[in-house]
Design a protein around this ligand. Structure first.
Ligand code: SF4
Length: 152
């Protein structure tokens, strides 16, 4: 990405913020009812073997400092408010990556008495990564797709 310094100051500032966001997206992870299979794949993705950090990605403990919410699992009655609160605490602009079949459609937990639906029923989702669980390569592909869409 090249900066165009001939534009008005506000535009240049926006360009710098976008450049920083694309090169250093901080993630916060929320499990809204997964079986932990997807969560383990996300952790594997962050290990040196798959090295998600080469894209500047950093796992962040607090939603207040995160750009990207990475979610797993169907949404249960108990986790709905936590998911919403986590999303609302993130500063704008914020992005959501839903990982796994359960996050996309409820998966194997669809129709359970304690499941109210998928992630998209509660918060807007930018990227869906299918699989049960998706492999680290698929998760990396999803994150890269998100970063590419930010460049546009
Ligand atoms: S998609 Fe598969 S691995 Fe992921 S939470 Fe659902 S059942 Fe578990």
């Amino acid at each position: 990405m090249t900066l165009n310094l001939t534009k008005p100051w506000d535009d240049v500032l926006t360009q710098i913020k976008t450049w920083a966001r694309i090169n250093s997206p901080w993630l916060v992870h929320y499990n809204s009812g997964s079986c932990n299979g997807c969560d383990i794949e996300i952790l594997a993705t962050l290990t040196p073997r798959y090295d998600l950090e080469r894209f500047g990605v950093k796992l962040q403990g607090s939603p207040r400092h995160a750009d990207v919410l990475i979610t797993t699992g169907a949404v249960t009655r108990q986790s709905r408010d936590g998911l919403l609160r986590t999303y609302e605490q993130m500063p704008d602009p914020k992005f959501v990556v839903a990982v796994g079949s359960c996050a996309i459609s409820g998966g194997v937990f669809q129709g359970c008495y304690n499941v109210i639906g998928e992630i998209g029923d509660v918060i807007p989702v930018n990227v869906y990564v299918p699989g049960c669980p998706p492999r680290p390569e698929a998760i990396i592909y999803g994150v890269v797709q998100l970063l590419n869409s930010l460049k546009k």
